[in-house]
Design a protein around this ligand. Structure first.
Ligand code: GAR
Length: 203
């Protein structure tokens, strides 16, 4: 069976959405392991509740990257669990070259904007402050540059007149919970191919 790892730092709603899809029989994958850098991540709670193998590997030295030593530990566990696809689900650390090399074109991410607009932190706030009329979310393969990499799926969310950062992020997340499980499903079923920056969905 195709084995997936989920990496998360925050509340873990995308982790939950992917697990629910797997449990509903919509995605033909095993969740091999859930990893977090944050002891209070909701993703670890969900893993415990669902009886999924999980580890918290903290990084004390840096805030936005992993030290080479810590990154090696992530790679070691992912290899040991024979992971076919690594899904970053609100994992708030930049993945470095060595990790990328070990999982070439096998790491994906979800970002809360229509990339390449608004990479980086709190993309929904950036969109609101910029005054765009539409934003959304994007799944993409991970490359060395932040929130770059070939785009797999996108979903559009209109920005409403009375939106606050919270209401806008909530509506973006509703779409994330649709496109992320769908992205994992398409990859697991072998329906996704990459050519340069372009991703083709062969259905
Ligand atoms: C999601 O909105 C995800 O798109 C974002 O973090 C949130 C995690 O939510 N990721 C990024 O901003 C990556 N650049 P969750 O913990 O509820 O899944």
């Amino acid at each position: 069976m195709f084995k997936v790892a989920l990496l998360a730092s925050g509340k873990g709603s995308n982790v939950k959405a992917i697990i629910e899809s797997v449990k509903a029989g919509e995605i033909p994958v095993d969740i091999g392991v859930i990893l977090s850098d944050n002891t209070s991540s909701g993703a670890l709670e969900i893993a415990k509740k669902e009886g999924i193998k999980h580890y918290c590997i903290q990084e004390k030295r840096y805030k936005t990257i992993l030290s080479t030593k810590t990154e090696k530990e992530y790679v070691r566990i992912l290899k040991e669990c024979k992971i076919d696809l690594v899904c970053l689900a609100g994992f708030m650390r930049v993945i470095k070259e060595e990790f990328l090399k070990n999982f070439y074109q096998k790491i994906i991410n979800i970002h809360p904007s229509l990339l390449p607009a608004f990479p980086g932190l709190e993309a929904w706030k950036q969109a609101l402050n910029y005054g765009v009329k539409f934003t959304g979310c994007t799944t993409h393969f991970v490359e060395a540059d932040i929130d770059s990499g070939p785009i797999i799926l996108q979903a559009v969310v209109p920005v409403l007149k009375d939106d606050t950062p919270e209401t806008l992020h909530k509506r973006i997340q509703e779409k994330e919970h649709i496109i992320y499980p769908l992205t994992v499903k398409l990859i697991a079923e072998g329906k996704v191919s990459i050519s340069g920056r372009k991703v083709y969905i062969n259905i």
